[in-house]
Design a protein around this ligand. Structure first.
Ligand code: GUN
Length: 243
């Protein structure tokens, strides 16, 4: 959240951070969102997830006006992502998967027809990632904690996106030689001396030797998520000004 705030301020976006008490209940949160929905000076709203278990996440996300939905998590925006044509510049697309697509585009390869495997089926990353890659004409498989033969499916991937949140879960035996690996995981593990370290879902050091491209953690997908959040905010601003 700090990095999001810093990046927004750097490009001239005013940020109001409502850092709420742990005791905040669902009604209080939705009341605040309604106030922000009705405030013409506010163009874009983000509720950082996960929320405490006592709060119904779906109801909270549904209460954000779709045109102010910085994350693209409102059902209307989720639906638009699945049915709108490719390259619709006005779509509020979930930030992390869109950031992954922008990274893939940097490689200047033809994505059409590629076998893309997405590990994880979250609403934040896995599901929208699969939609986005499908629009790029990839052949998309989503695998998750209940998938049979998960390793062999991953080994078949030309593009492997891991968003499962398990530290160094994917090792070199899961990855095809020459594949492209995008590591969405940000996992904090404790090392000795009571210190902790950030690692991805992928064993970077061994996988990097067999792939054609791989993102590091930290510093790979994370900054792209923030960049795409700024993009969505600008789209929301332009919509509000009818630009
Ligand atoms: N928690 C983890 N990733 C995200 C994200 O992209 N948006 C929000 N709102 N919460 C998150």
């Amino acid at each position: 959240v700090k990095a999001k705030t810093k990046a927004a301020k750097e490009v001239g976006i005013d940020v109001i951070d409502h850092h709420l008490k742990e005791s905040t209940n669902q009604n209080d949160l939705i009341t605040l969102i309604n106030q922000l929905n009705n405030n013409d000076d506010v163009n874009s709203i983000l509720v950082q997830l996960p929320l405490p278990k006592v709060i119904n996440e779906e109801m909270v996300l549904n209460s954000i006006l779709p045109e102010k939905d910085a994350d693209g998590f409102h059902p209307l925006n989720v639906g638009k992502l699945s049915i709108s044509p490719k390259n619709d510049d006005n779509l509020m697309i979930p930030c992390t998967p869109y950031g992954c697509l922008l990274l893939l585009r940097e490689l200047n390869i033809n994505l059409s027809g590629k076998n893309a495997v997405v590990i994880g089926r979250s609403n934040i990353v896995g599901k929208p990632m699969a939609q986005i890659l499908l629009k790029e004409s990839c052949t998309v498989t989503t695998v998750h904690s209940k998938t049979n033969n998960i390793k062999s499916i991953c080994r078949n991937a030309d593009i492997l996106i891991s968003a499962i949140g398990k530290p160094e879960f994917v090792n070199k035996d899961w990855v095809k030689e020459g594949a492209i690996v995008v590591d969405v995981g940000i996992n904090r593990i404790s090392t000795n001396e009571e210190k902790s370290q950030l690692v991805g879902d992928v064993q970077f050091n061994e996988v990097k030797n067999i792939v054609s491209a791989i993102t590091p953690v930290p510093g790979g997908v994370g900054p792209m998520t923030i960049a795409c959040l700024l993009r969505n905010t600008i789209i929301a601003f332009k919509k509000s000004k009818k630009i």
